[in-house]
Design a protein. Sequence first.
Lengths: 130, 390
Amino acid sequence: MAAQERKLPAPAVSQETQAYWDAAATGKLLVRKCTSCGQAHHYPRTICPFCFSDKTEWIEASGKGTLYSYSVMRRAPVPYAMAYVTLAEGPRMVTNIVDCDFDKLKCEQAVKLVFKATDGGPPLPMFTPA
Amino acid sequence: MSIKGKAYIAGIYEHPTRLAKDISLAQIHAQCAKGALEDAGLTKDDVDGYFCAGDAPGLGPMSMVEYMGLKPRHVDSTDTGGSSYVLHVGHAAEAIAAGKCKVALITLAGRPRAEGMATGTVPRSRGGTPTPDEPFEFPYGPTVVNMYAMCAMRHMHEFGTTSEQLAWIKVAASHHAQHNPHALLRDVVTVEEVVNSPMISDPLHRLDCCVITDGGGAIVVVAPEIAAKLKRPKVKLIGAGEFVKTQMGGKVDLTYSGARFSGAAAFAEAGVKPADIKYASIYDSFTITVLMQLEDLGFCEKGKGGAFVADGNLIAGTGKLPFNTDGGGLCSNHPGNRGGLTKVLEAVRQLRGEAHPAVQVKNCNLAVAHGTGGSLGLRHGSATVILERE
């Protein structure tokens, strides 16, 4: 019998982040970067949370990262691995680690980008061991 | 302007219930208010300041002001989750110092058990217009427990903290709860029992988690000239601090909490050091919450919290830093999933000499109460108060 699939709710897309989710639908992860201070941030905003400049732009992330921390939610109908991944571009993002043996996860291991379909919305960027 | 010495905690009350099937939310608020005012020797008509948070029914403070028949000239419904009520003590002192009120009432109530709420293990959307963070978090399944668990996982990775060390925090709380007739869990537990309890979200076990209870409490904060006329032991507020810690635009660091800043502010205002503290009320939604806050408040070095809490160091009578002597949120009460108010209550009991004799700290003249609200791993409010027996 196939394992029960975990149903992912659709993210609530706002005007400010439409481009992020449109890119996700084509398999790309965007990161917002400030052209004034040069730093990338996450979640994406039009005004930089570091220097408050409104000169921010989208860049495409490489999809490479490392696992900052994680926790396997054992008491869910389908257990899943909540995580923070540090992107190669700098920011740490809330995500899930998927398609792997959860018992073998370790902080700081290399991970790579994958996308998982949601229930009626754009797919979610997630990560799997590299 | 400092609030040091500008306000006193004159009345406290903790609702004895842990399951409020037959009591309404507003009723619990009012019963707690009545209890705290009677404890102080004041009446409802003396109240000219009212403080509550998001657990109160209605919009901000208004429904409860009406229900209780109050006529406040100052209100504050700042909501930083479970830390709100610790923060309210500081805000009440500010209002009193500024002459905006003289008798401030703070209330809390909640009924998550009666309402059958899946408190810690189900992701919750707030509904309505999404917060800017929600689309980037909620679909991934953040729950209360797994976001605290990620802090514990990183702490273990960076500092070598162990599940056994975390378990000592629950063990200490259980040693205290056995003396509290109202505590939900009164059985003393061992380190083995904690680490062998079911894994909820790695590395937090069932017994690393706090209880889920209905109930509430209230605090009455008064001006010095009011406190001087009352008969209860005088508990003076000498320092307060608050902070909101976030993911910092993607520079999140899970190894410390906002207590690093709220605590430093409170200790600086009070002019005392962590080593001077005789009793500590530390927010205990999970064992890791306590460990990180103890480090961040300065009771030990960052990363040494595991060694600090081990071997009964938090147990009254045997340890160096007696904590949560009512059994805390880990064993006694976490009313409405908001544990900050009860932290202040046990600190006041200790300073008055009214804690249970088995856990009363001798010559307890200086205490800290600290709260964390929201999610330690996403964004949280921190509030610290330092209280002195006069």
